[in-house]
Design a protein around this ligand. Structure first.
Ligand code: GTB
Length: 221
């Protein structure tokens, strides 16, 4: 049975790989697991058939035989636990890599998403010009801390892991914000992630959905 994930039929990111199916695609490519993609429209997300798999009516989901999963972090962890390549063998190193997965999603992603949403939906509000620097400061605080820990290392804790995979996808959401300009080591870290062949295959596949040349997506909505 081939793994099937879901992705946007028409992603608002216009193929920039910022939606959360990207991290699942990348993880599957890293471990060499073939997968199919079911493309879902915004209206289909909220229909009972999709909500039976995803209680919040979102992408991505993951189906493999009798298992249906939602939440990108849980999906990436599931992939990383079942296939070699994304988590260290050593128990302590593995636990630390999982800690970085949680850090990416629970500590670093929230202020980045909050800022990103504000720039989209609060731009016309009277308070926007006062609020944006506050949101920027919160993002800067996390970037300072991640950059400090990363130092001049290649990855966060030894070899590339699912922790780096998630951290890179989280940091990529700042693309175009200008906030990464003060962090050359983080920019280089993101670039190292993006240079991985598995990343590039995943990116190209999600971009092909946007350009209409996807061999994977079956267009089912
Ligand atoms: N915590 C969940 C997870 O990690 O899986 C969050 C899933 C989620 O937010 N999914 C979004 C979704 O389905 C798509 S990725 N939204 C539809 C809905 O809620 O109705 C979020 C996203 C969307 C668009 C951009 N973009 O355009 O740059 C970036 C990220």
């Amino acid at each position: 049975m081939t793994i099937t994930i879901t992705a946007f039929e028409r992603s608002p990111d216009r193929g920039r790989g910022l939606a959360r199916d990207m991290r699942v695609r990348w993880a599957l490519e890293e471990v060499g697991q073939p997968y199919d993609v079911r493309l879902v429209s915004f209206s289909a997300l909220k229909e009972p058939a999709h909500q039976a798999i995803h209680p919040f009516g979102q992408i991505p989901t993951y189906e493999d035989g009798g298992l249906a999963l939602f939440e990108s972090g849980a999906i990436v962890l599931h992939i990383a636990e079942r296939h070699a390549g994304l988590l260290p063998e050593d128990a302590n190193a593995r636990a630390r890599a999982i800690a970085w997965m949680f850090a990416a999603l629970n500590t670093v992603e929230p202020p980045i998403v909050e800022r990103s949403l504000a720039t989209l939906v609060e731009r016309d509000r009277t308070w926007y010009d006062e609020r944006l620097p506050i949101l920027d400061d919160r993002v800067h605080a996390r970037l300072d801390e991640v950059a400090h820990r990363l130092g001049h290392e290649e990855w966060l804790d030894g070899a590339f892991s699912a922790g780096d995979l998630l951290m890179v996808t989280v940091l990529r959401r700042l693309d175009g914000s200008g906030l990464l300009e003060d962090y050359p080591t983080l920019a280089a870290y993101i670039a190292r992630g993006e240079a991985r062949p598995a990343y590039q295959r995943a990116f190209d596949d999600q971009l092909a959905v946007f350009t209409g040349s996807s061999p994977k997506g079956d267009g089912v909505s």
